[in-house]
Design a protein. Structure first.
Length: 161
């Protein structure tokens, strides 16, 4: 099922400056980092949205908590709902940077875990980062999909065990 979003949940236009800032922050640790083109297309079209296709399974077959919202790339002064400020990708990453290692978060789950790209691997697979189990300089995560496209293809709009 393709990735789908609730229309009213979209944050607003994507800021090229916000994307460029994130790219440069990640490149400090992973010099060859580039955003996955499929991910950039989703950001352009559905920036910060709440997906209706929000359920997925981990590699061991366990149903993960649902995706609450994708992080956005909208400048704070352009937000209509300023409560979404923490869900700006740059703000979110900066707040947790010392617990993420080479992970770049792109979505928040219902239990405050995050979906991330593993930028240190060279291929940017999708991983599930554990908020509770991660400590400074020791992120705890598990592999979910080899690519963003593979991850999106596995999403569902129903929570099936």
């Amino acid at each position: 099922m393709p990735l789908q979003f609730f229309d009213a949940s979209l944050v607003g236009p994507t800021s090229k400056r916000e994307l460029d800032e994130m790219r440069e922050m990640v490149r400090a640790d992973s010099p060859s980092f580039e955003f996955d083109p499929a991910y950039l297309q989703v950001v352009e079209e559905f920036n910060g949205g709440r997906p209706s296709t929000r359920y997925f399974h981990t590699r061991n077959g366990q149903l993960a908590p649902p995706i609450e919202r994708f992080l956005h790339y909208t400048a704070g002064h352009d937000l209509e709902d300023h409560q979404l400020g923490f869900l700006n990708a740059n703000v979110f990453w900066s707040a947790l940077e010392n617990r993420l290692g080479t992970l770049l978060p792109f979505a928040v789950l219902a239990n405050n875990d995050a979906l991330c790209f593993d930028c240190g691997s060279g291929e940017s697979p999708v991983v599930l980062w554990s908020n509770e189990r991660s400590v400074e300089d020791e992120p705890s995560y598990e592999h979910v999909a080899d690519s963003f496209d593979d991850f999106c293809a596995a999403l569902s709009s129903v929570a099936a065990e």
